[in-house]
Design a protein around this ligand. Structure first.
Ligand code: HEC
Length: 150
């Protein structure tokens, strides 16, 4: 019981380390943004496989992926602005913090295109979804070329 108490208070004190944020420290923020991108990748790739005919088109599944992307694309960005999150070793290039406004604009465009994709996916029609998916997909490379190390 006493041990449990110590564990709990340790957990709480580290949880409070960055009050007012979802992160315990800068490393935690980096993990969060990287995991967000991985979830984006999973949903993106499945939808991409459907668009290319690699797996059969399934309107319900496409809608589910697009719904997920509409939410997931809102996630990574706050984790770039946590104090010290630019100092942790990751694939994020230092240029992000030199051009934060441009980076945020790219993030914003990405989210806008995700919402358009979500709307298109509600049609249940592959021919409607395809161009919206194409627009959405352009964002990955546009941002990675400039701001992500290989
Ligand atoms: C506005 C910029 C931006 C956009 C748009 C963007 N990314 Fe990224 N992405 C990054 C940055 C920066 C990193 C490096 C993050 C880090 O290491 O902390 C990254 C990392 C990743 C990673 C590696 C995560 C890990 O585990 O380290 C994957 C996978 C990824 N992105 C997939 C995608 C896909 C797929 C898309 C498009 C559907 C996309 N990203 C769109 C900026 C972006």
């Amino acid at each position: 019981m006493k041990n449990l108490f110590i564990l709990l208070s340790l957990g709480l004190s580290s949880a409070c380390a960055m009050a007012g944020s979802a992160f315990t420290d800068a490393e935690d923020a980096v993990t969060y943004r990287q995991h967000s991108f991985q979830l984006i990748r999973h949903n993106f790739v499945d939808l991409g496989d459907m668009m290319r005919g690699k797996v059969p088109f399934d309107a319900k599944r496409a809608e589910k992926r697009a719904d997920a992307l509409a939410s997931l694309t809102t996630l990574p960005w706050e984790a770039f602005e946590v104090p010290g999150a630019d100092k942790v070793k990751s694939e994020a290039k230092a240029d992000i913090w030199k051009n934060l406004q441009d980076f945020q604009q790219k993030a914003q465009q990405f989210q806008t295109d995700a919402l358009a994709l979500q709307t298109a996916a509600k049609s249940g029609d592959q021919a409607t979804i395809k161009p919206a998916f194409g627009n959405f997909a352009k964002n990955c490379k546009a941002c990675h070329d400039q701001y992500k190390a290989d």
